[in-house]
Design a protein around this ligand. Structure first.
Ligand SMILES: NC(=O)c1ccc[n+]([C@@H]2O[C@H](COP(=O)([O-])OP(=O)(O)OC[C@H]3O[C@@H](n4cnc5c(N)ncnc54)[C@H](OP(=O)(O)O)[C@@H]3O)[C@@H](O)[C@H]2O)c1
Length: 240
């Protein structure tokens, strides 16, 4: 009876994770969303009876504290999070290059794309809510790869790219820092490919169903030796 915790679950890739996982009544799903005042029509349409919709604003440490309390209430004393999918993310002012960075835009992206996933892991761990073999997937981007980013033409998305590179480094740290607490934990980051969502746009190459189906295959096949790696949704390892 695995427990999945997914942030950014109201639309896009996060919503598709909920849709696919909700097809098994065995799965408990904790669907984190930025605000309970969002339009939840799509999420409620795909949710199973064991899907719990909880508020989790990744940009707010206070909100993450509230989320962790709700996770504890829902799971009770006998369940823990087996799969934590940090999917929530933003790409703000994508036209900016390294020569035109807006400080507030960069800070907002770091708050949501890096600090959020850091605090979610930290506070769930502190509350004893991560299973001993937890799998943590931080949703990154090819733009977080140093090698891939140097090849991007035309030059854009500098702030997003910097924040996802930060998320990749966070993944490496989490993969080592969890070991003394949860020796069986595996933390990875994954590039979902270019996916048709509000962020990816209509011109993107992949349907969310294809990307997410493939990512779930990779996630479920992870072994301890995979800890700290950067994957493409296909299962290939991405160069840092
Ligand atoms: N689509 C692609 O081609 C692509 C490629 C590479 C990486 N990614 C990554 O994949 C992840 C999902 O992206 P997507 O394509 O599904 O984008 P999307 O359709 O724009 O969805 C983004 C999700 O993140 C949520 N979110 C934004 N700010 C948040 C906050 N402060 N707290 C909690 N949730 C917040 C949004 O909630 P609201 O509706 O409340 O704003 C929404 O659920 C992101 O991390 C993105 O960087 C996507």
């Amino acid at each position: 009876m695995p427990v999945y915790c997914i942030t950014g679950a109201n639309r896009g890739i996060g919503l598709e994770f909920v849709r696919q996982l909700a097809q098994s009544s065995e799965n408990t799903i904790l669907a984190g969303i930025r605000t309970l005042t969002s339009d939840l029509t799509d999420l409620k349409a795909v949710a199973s009876p064991s899907t719990h919709i909880l508020e989790c604003d990744s940009s707010s440490v206070q909100s993450i504290h509230g989320f962790v309390k709700e996770v504890a209430r829902v799971l009770g004393s006998d369940k823990k999070v087996d799969y934590l999918l940090n999917v929530a993310g933003v790409n703000i002012a994508s036209w900016q290059s390294s020569l035109t960075l807006g400080p507030d835009d960069l800070q907002a992206q770091i708050a949501i794309n890096v600090i959020g996933p850091a605090k979610i892991v930290e506070l769930l761990l502190d509350a004893g809510l991560l299973s001993k073999d937890v799998r943590v997937l931080n949703m990154t981007s090819g733009l977080g790869s140093m090698q891939r980013s140097s090849e991007i033409k035309p030059r854009k998305c500098a702030g997003y790219s910097i924040s996802k590179a930060g998320l990749n480094m966070l993944t490496v740290h989490q993969s080592e820092d969890l070991k003394p607490h949860l020796p069986g934990a595996v933390v990875i980051c994954m590039d979902p490919g270019w996916v048709k969502t509000r962020m990816g746009g209509e011109g993107a190459m992949l349907e969310p169903s294809h990307s997410v189906g493939s990512m779930l295959g990779v996630l479920h096949g992870l072994k301890e030796g995979d800890n700290g790696k950067f994957y493409h949704y296909t299962g290939e390892v991405v160069p840092w």
